[in-house]
Design a binder for this molecule. Structure first.
Ligand code: PAF
Length: 283
């Protein structure tokens, strides 16, 4: 495996692979089993796999954890090597020396869910992913479904900007007890980790209510009551359409997805599941 830090060196390396298909797996490092599943999917779908590792300052807001974000470079290299990654792209900085002057802006889709409380976050994500796409020029790029809003926005970016790249989603990976895997889970104390389990549990309870034919309004009210009783500092618990991210008040339907975000201790966690589990699997 090659570890490459400079854009020019990466371009040079990839210029010799252009007859093969190239998959990009963008990451911020601190790799875990969720990332490994993205890498394995990339290896199944393409000849050459590039993993990028860059903690993107533009997607962190003021008071967020940019400085503290876990950096585990040596472990990340070992994982990528073991998984047969061809190139680990690890740039020191992707922005112009005088700061960010040109960037992309997301409309509407970032006004809800995580975008509502993390103002500017998705502008940072689309800007850096656009840079990575320009540098690597992959045939496809793989993103985890845990960050569902991110995946949805990136699909729109590729469609709206006519980019010749296929965005592939990869299923959310959970710990054995159901906690969605995240680089931020390592911030949790034992007690906080127990509390964090309420998030996946509430999503499952809401799925069960949907399977019993309850209305979305009722399902949400029950979900909120459950989280309140668990004393969870909730950011949002919502049912939205999985592509448009819009709300609808009707009965549960195919394409509805439950989204939750909460702060446990000092750690912000997110999770999501389809509201109608069985129907979605059939689809
Ligand atoms: O999902 C992430 O880790 C980041 O948002 C991404 C896509 C690598 C962009 O910095």
């Amino acid at each position: 495996m090659q570890v490459i830090e400079k854009v020019q060196a990466l371009r040079q390396y990839l210029s010799e692979c252009r007859q093969d298909s190239i998959a990009l797996v963008p990451t911020m490092g601190c790799l875990h089993a969720g990332h490994v599943s993205l890498i394995r999917k990339a290896k199944r779908l393409a000849d050459v796999v590039v993993v990028s590792l860059y903690v993107n300052p533009m997607q962190f807001g003021e008071g967020e954890d940019f400085e503290q974000y876990p950096r585990t470079f040596e472990e990340d290299v070992t994982i990528c090597e073991a998984e047969g990654v061809d190139v680990l792209f690890h740039p020191a900085n992707l922005y112009a020396d005088d700061g960010v002057n040109i960037g992309l802006h997301v409309h509407e889709m970032d006004a809800v869910l995580c975008g509502a409380s993390r103002v500017g976050h998705f502008d940072g994500v689309v800007t850096v992913v656009n840079m990575l796409f320009n540098i690597v020029q992959p045939n496809l790029a793989i993103f985890g479904e845990k960050d569902w809003q991110q995946l949805t926005i990136l699909r729109r970016m590729v469609a709206d900007l006519h980019m010749p790249i296929t965005v592939v989603g990869s299923a959310l990976i959970r710990e054995d007890d159901g906690l969605a895997m995240s680089s931020r889970n390592r911030y949790l104390t034992d007690l906080e980790r127990e509390k964090a389990l309420f998030l996946s549990q509430i999503l499952q309870k809401m799925q069960a209510l949907a399977a019993q034919g309850e209305s979305k309004q009722y399902i949400l009210a029950m979900g909120l009551a459950y989280l309140q009783a668990a004393d969870i500092e909730l950011d949002y618990l919502e049912i939205r359409h999985e592509h448009s991210l819009r709300l609808s008040k009707d009965m549960p339907a195919l394409g509805d997805r439950i989204f939750v975000a909460a702060t446990i201790g000092k750690t912000r966690l997110i999770d999501n599941m389809p509201l109608l589990k069985i129907l979605e699997n059939v689809a």
